[in-house]
Design a protein. Structure first.
Ligand code: ADP
Ligand code: MG
Ligand code: MG
Length: 388
C-alpha cells in the first residue's frame, strides 16, 4: 500500500475523517506512513518511552517510542486511541502505530500530532498567562476530559473512558494556546456487561445500577497484584485521596472519573498560580512562581505513604494565593473556589466535567464583557435580579 507522493498529512487524515474509528487511517497506511518518518530530535522522556519530533514529508509529527519490554504499554495506549469516536479537538490527535521489526529487536512506535509548545508543565514553567488565556486553557482541558468521560449511546457510540494520569506533564499546549489531553497509557474503558459476557460474577456489583467491567487491557484476568501495580504507575502527587488510601470503589466507573476530576483541580491550581491578576492592569505581571501541587508540603517524588499523610490524614490541599481572594476582580476567586469543589475528599461530592465547563463558560463570557466595558459577575447579576 503506497501513499501518493503529493499527499499531505492533513489531506490524508481528512480523506479518512468520515471513518468512525478513532484511528482515521487504515492499518496498512499507518504502517507505511510510520516507516517514512525521519526522527529529528528528542523532545520528551516519560516513564514509558522517549518522544521525538519527526518529519513526514512537509509536516512535523511526534513519535513516542516504547522499548520492547514495554510492549504492553504500547499496545494499551494504541488500543485506547483506536476507540470508536475517540477523536476530539482537545485530545491529542492520533496518526499511526507501528511495530518496526529491526533485526535484533522490535521498536514500538506511536505517532501523533506534534505540538511545538510542549507540555502544559513546560509551558507554565516558562510562561505566565493572562486571565483570558487561562480560562481558554481550562475550558479546553475540561472539554477534552468531558469527551473522554462521556459515553455516547448509539450504534457507533463511544464508551466512557477515564484517564487516570491527568497532570500538567500529560497535557499539551497547542499553537492557539488551547490544550489537548495526552498520554493515554493508563486510561481505562467502561465496558457494559451483557449477560453473555458476564462470566465472572465477581465483576458485577449489585449496588450499581448497571454492572460494568472496568477494562484494564489484557490485565483483567491477572491478579490484583498486577492491578495494584498499574495503579501505582502514576506519580503520587496527583493521586486522589481514595486512590492513596486504597478505598476507591473500583467497581463503579464513576469512581475513575471522580479521580480524574480531583487531578483536574490540581491542574487548575497550577494554572491559577501562573495567571496575572487582571486588575489593576499593571505593567508588570504579578503571577506566582510555578509550583507542582503539594511541592511545598512533601519531598520531591513523594512516596504514596507520604502523600497519604498529607492528603488523607491531614486533609491538606494546595494553598490558595492571597491575591486570588484580594483581587477586586472576582474571576480568580471563583476559579479558586471551583478548585475546591473539584478536590473534595468525598469523590461523589466533586463536580463533573459538564459542571466545570458551564462555570468556566460563564467566566469566559464575563471576562469578555469586562473587556468590552464595565460589567458584573453573573452571580451578582442574579442576586440583583432576584432582589427586584
Ligand atoms: P510517558 O507515557 O512516558 O509519560 P508522554 O506521552 O507523557 O510519555 O510524553 C512525555 C513528554 O513528551 C510529555 O510530557 C511532553 O513533554 C512530550 N510530548 C509528548 N507528546 C508530545 C507531542 N505530541 N508534541 C510535543 N511534545 C510531546
Ligand atoms: Mg506522561
Ligand atoms: Mg504515560
Amino acid at each position: 500500500d503506497t501513499i501518493p507522493t503529493d499527499q499531505s498529512l492533513t489531506g490524508l487524515l481528512d480523506e479518512y475523517s468520515t471513518s468512525i474509528t478513532g484511528s482515521a487511517l487504515p492499518l496498512l497506511v499507518q504502517r507505511t506512513l510510520a516507516r517514512q518518518i525521519e526522527l529529528e530530535e528528542l523532545i520528551g522522556k516519560g516513564r514509558y518511552g522517549c518522544v521525538y519530533r519527526g518529519k513526514w514529508r512537509e509536516d512535523y509529527v511526534a513519535v513516542k517510542i516504547f522499548s520492547t519490554s514495554d510492549e504492553r504499554s504500547w499496545f494499551r495506549e494504541v488500543d485506547i486511541y483506536q476507540t470508536t469516536c475517540f477523536r476530539h479537538e482537545h485530545i491529542l490527535g492520533y496518526i499511526a502505530a507501528d511495530n518496526k521489526d529491526a533485526i535484533t529487536y522490535t521498536q514500538l512506535w506511536l505517532v501523533t500530532d506534534y505540538h511545538e509548545n510542549g507540555s502544559l508543565y513546560d509551558y507554565l514553567v516558562n510562561n505566565a498567562v493572562d486571565l483570558k488565556t487561562m480560562l481558554k486553557m481550562m475550558f479546553s482541558i475540561a472539554s477534552g476530559l468531558c469527551h473522554l468521560h462521556m459515553p455516547i449511546e448509539s450504534t457507533n457510540g463511544k464508551v466512557a473512558l477515564a484517564h487516570r494520569d491527568l497532570k500538567t506533564k500529560n497535557i499539551l499546549v497547542k499553537r492557539d494556546l488551547t490544550c489537548c489531553i495526552a498520554d493515554l497509557g493508563l486510561a481505562v474503558k467502561q465496558v457494559k456487561c451483557t449477560p453473555s459476557t458476564k462470566k465472572d460474577s465477581s465483576l458485577s456489583n449489585k449496588g450499581d445500577a448497571e454492572a460494568v467491567v472496568i477494562d484494564i487491557q489484557a490485565n483483567t484476568r491477572v491478579g490484583t497484584k498486577r492491578k495494584k501495580m498499574l495503579l501505582l504507575c502514576q506519580f503520587s502527587g496527583y493521586m486522589a485521596p481514595e486512590v492513596l488510601s486504597g478505598t476507591m470503589n473500583e467497581r463503579n466507573f464513576d469512581s475513575f472519573k471522580a479521580a480524574d476530576i480531583y487531578a483536574l483541580g490540581l491542574v487548575y491550581w497550577e494554572l491559577l498560580r501562573r495567571c496575572h491578576s487582571p486588575r489593576p492592569f499593571t505593567d508588570k505581571g504579578d503571577a506566582d512562581e510555578f509550583q507542582l501541587p503539594y511541592q511545598d508540603m512533601v519531598t520531591p517524588d513523594p512516596s504514596i505513604e507520604e502523600m497519604r499523610e498529607v492528603v488523607c490524614v491531614k486533609k491538606l490541599r494546595p494553598t490558595a494565593s492571597p491575591r486570588w481572594q484580594q483581587n477586586s476582580d472576582d474571576t480568580m476567586r471563583i476559579i479558586s473556589k471551583l478548585c475546591e469543589e473539584l478536590w473534595y475528599d468525598d469523590p461523589t461530592s466533586r463536580l463533573n466535567g459538564l459542571n466545570v465547563k458551564k462555570q468556566l463558560k460563564e467566566q469566559c463570557e464575563y471576562v469578555q464583557r469586562l473587556m468590552d466595558g464595565i460589567d458584573k459577575q453573573p452571580q451578582e447579576l442574579q442576586q440583583q435580579t432576584s432582589q427586584i
